[in-house]
Design a protein around this ligand. Structure first.
Ligand SMILES: [Mg+2]
Length: 455
C-alpha cells in the first residue's frame, strides 16, 4: 500500500482528523499536502490489529521540535521505531522514519494530523517487513573544483553499471573543493572502480572507492612524501639553480619521478652536480620553499584527531627536519648532504632514501606506533613513492605522475593537500569548527578556487 495524493479524499481526511481534535479547533484551511490513497480509504475499514511496517516521510520547512513532535505522536500510538534518517538542506527538512505499527490507520491518521498542524508534507508507504539485506558496503568520494550534474550522473552510472546501489549521499565540503561521499551497497568494487576511472577520464573531478569498514574509521598514521607533495617544490632543483646547474638537474629529476631511470643512480648524479656549492645556499633555498596549499590544515587536523604524522623524502635532512619541526610532524627521514669546509662535496652520507627505503620507513613507523599497515595512509607523487603507497592500507597519489596514479589505491589531482581529509571521510565543517575552538589558531588566507560555490 502506498499513499498518493488524492484531493477527493480531503473531506474524508478532515472528518477523520476532526474526530481526533479534542480542542475543537479546526484550521480554516487544509493547507498541508497529504499523500494519501488506498491506506486512507481503509479508514472506513475495521482497525487493523497485526503489526505493519510503515515508512513515514516528512518534508517541509525545518524548525526546532519537528522530530520531537513526530516522535511524541508515534509514542502515543505505541509505534516501534525500526530506523530513522534525517537531513536538512537549505532549511528544508526530510525526515524518514520506519515504524512498526499495529492498527496502522490510527497511527497514520495521527501522523497526518501532526503534519497538517505543522504545515509539513507527509508521505507514508506500507513496506515489506523483512529488513533490506545489507550487501558489502563501499564508499565513493567525489572531489572537484566544481561537480556538475553531468559529472555526478557519470559517476552514478558507473556505480550502477558495476552492480552497486547508492544508499546515501552527503556533501563533505564546499571549499577549497566540493566533495561528496556516496555510501554504496553491493556490486564488485573492482568493477565499480574500473567504471569510475573511465567515467572521470577527461572530467575535472577525482573519484575514489574504498571498502566501508572499521579500518576506514581507524586510520592512525599518515606518511607523506615531501617534494611536490608536502611542498610545491623539488628542493634539489632549487639547490641546482643556486649551483648554476638547474636545467640539467631538473631534467634528471623529471625522468626519475616518471620512473624512467634508476632512482639511486639519478640521485647520486644530481647531488654530484652540486659539488662545491656554498652551505649558505641551503638557507637561501629554504626561504624559497612553498608549502602545498592546505598542508598546514591537513597536518593540524590529523594531529587534532590524534593521528601520528611522518614525512619521508629523497630530499635532504636540512629541509625535511625543519619542515617537520615547523609543522609538528612526528617522524622524519631523508637523505643527508655531505658538507665539508662549508661546501657541499657532491656526496651523500648514510643510507640512501630511495623507494624501498621509503616503504621500510613506513613499516618501521607503523611498528613503532603498534599500528597495522591497513591503518596507515601514504601520500606521494613520484615513482619512488610507489613502494610505500603499496605498503599502506590507503595509498594516495597526489598530483602525481601517470605511473603513480595508475598504481595507487586512489589519486587526487586538485592542488590541495587538505582534500585528503575528505577521502578519509572528514567533513570540512568539523575541520573549521576545530579551528574556531582553538584560541591559538590563525587562519591562513582562503585559497580562491575558480568555480567553487560561495562558502
Ligand atoms: Mg615527491
Amino acid at each position: 500500500m502506498r499513499g498518493t495524493y488524492s484531493g477527493a479524499l480531503e473531506e474524508e481526511i478532515l472528518e477523520s482528523i476532526e474526530l481526533d481534535v479534542t480542542t475543537g479547533v479546526v484550521p480554516v484551511e487544509f493547507s498541508v499536502l497529504v499523500s494519501i490513497g488506498s491506506v486512507l480509504e481503509s479508514l472506513t475499514l475495521p482497525i487493523v490489529t497485526e503489526i505493519s511496517t510503515v515508512l513515514v516521510s516528512v518534508h517541509g520547512p525545518d524548525r526546532p521540535g519537528i522530530t520531537a513532535g513526530l516522535m511524541d505522536v508515534l509514542n502515543e500510538s505505541a509505534a516501534a521505531i525500526y530506523d530513522v534518517e534525517q537531513i536538512v538542506v537549505r532549511g528544508r527538512l526530510t525526515l524518514n522514519v520506519l515504524v512498526g505499527v499495529s492498527g496502522e490507520r490510527v497511527t497514520i491518521r495521527d501522523v497526518l494530523f501532526f503534519g497538517w498542524t505543522q504545515n509539513l508534507h507527509v508521505d507514508f508507504e506500507v513496506v515489506e517487513e523483512a529488513p533490506t539485506q545489507t550487501d558489502s558496503l563501499s564508499v565513493v568520494t567525489l572531489i572537484g573544483a566544481t561537480v556538475g550534474p553531468d559529472d555526478f550522473g557519470a559517476i552514478a552510472n558507473a556505480i550502477a553499471a558495476g552492480g552497486g546501489n547508492i544508499e546515501r549521499i552527503f556533501r563533505l565540503s564546499r571549499y577549497p573543493v566540493v566533495s561528496y561521499e556516496l555510501a554504496v551497497s553491493g556490486g564488485q568494487m573492482d568493477a565499480i572502480r574500473a567504471g569510475l576511472v573511465d567515467a572521470v577520464t577527461n572530467r575535472p573531478v577525482d573519484v575514489a572507492i574504498q571498502p566501508d569498514g572499521f579500518e576506514r574509521r581507524a586510520r592512525r598514521v599518515v606518511v607523506m612524501d615531501v617534494d611536490s607533495t608536502l611542498i610545491e617544490n623539488e628542493v634539489i632543483n632549487l639547490l641546482a639553480d643556486e649551483a648554476g646547474v638547474g636545467d640539467e638537474v631538473a631534467r634528471i629529476t623529471e625522468a626519475a619521478m616518471r620512473g624512467d631511470i634508476d632512482f639511486e643512480q639519478s640521485l647520486r648524479r644530481r647531488v654530484s652536480l652540486l659539488a662545491g656549492l656554498d652551505e649558505s645556499a641551503i638557507t637561501l633555498v629554504a626561504d624559497r620553499i612553498t608549502l602545498t596549499k592546505g598542508a598546514r590544515t591537513f597536518v593540524r587536523t590529523l594531529k587534532r584527531l590524534g593521528l601520528v604524522t611522518a614525512i619521508v623524502s629523497a630530499g635532504f635532512t636540512r629541509f625535511a627536519d625543519a619542515l617537520a619541526a615547523d609543522l609538528g610532524i612526528d617522524y622524519s627521514l631523508s637523505n643527508t648532504l655531505e658538507i665539508e669546509n662549508g661546501r657541499l662535496t657532491g656526496g651523500l652520507t648514510g643510507e640512501i632514501v630511495d623507494g624501498p627505503a621509503k616503504a621500510r620507513f613506513l613499516t618501521s613507523v607503523a611498528e613503532a606506533e603498534d599500528v597495522p599497515l591497513s591503518q596507515v595512509v601514504a601520500v606521494g607523487d613520484g615513482a619512488n613513492d610507489l613502494d610505500m603507497l603499496a605498503a599502506a592500507g590507503l595509498g594516495i597519489a597526489f598530483n602525481s605522475k601517470p605511473i603513480v596514479e595508475e598504481k595507487a589505491d586512489t589519486a587526487i589531482s586538485v592542488p590541495f593537500l587538505d582534500a585528503i581529509l575528505f577521502l578519509m571521510g572528514i567533513r570540512r565543517e568539523h575541520v573549521d569548527a576545530a579551528d574556531e575552538a582553538d584560541p591559538t589558531f590563525q587562519q591562513d588566507p582562503l585559497s580562491d578556487v575558480p568555480g567553487t560555490p560561495p562558502v
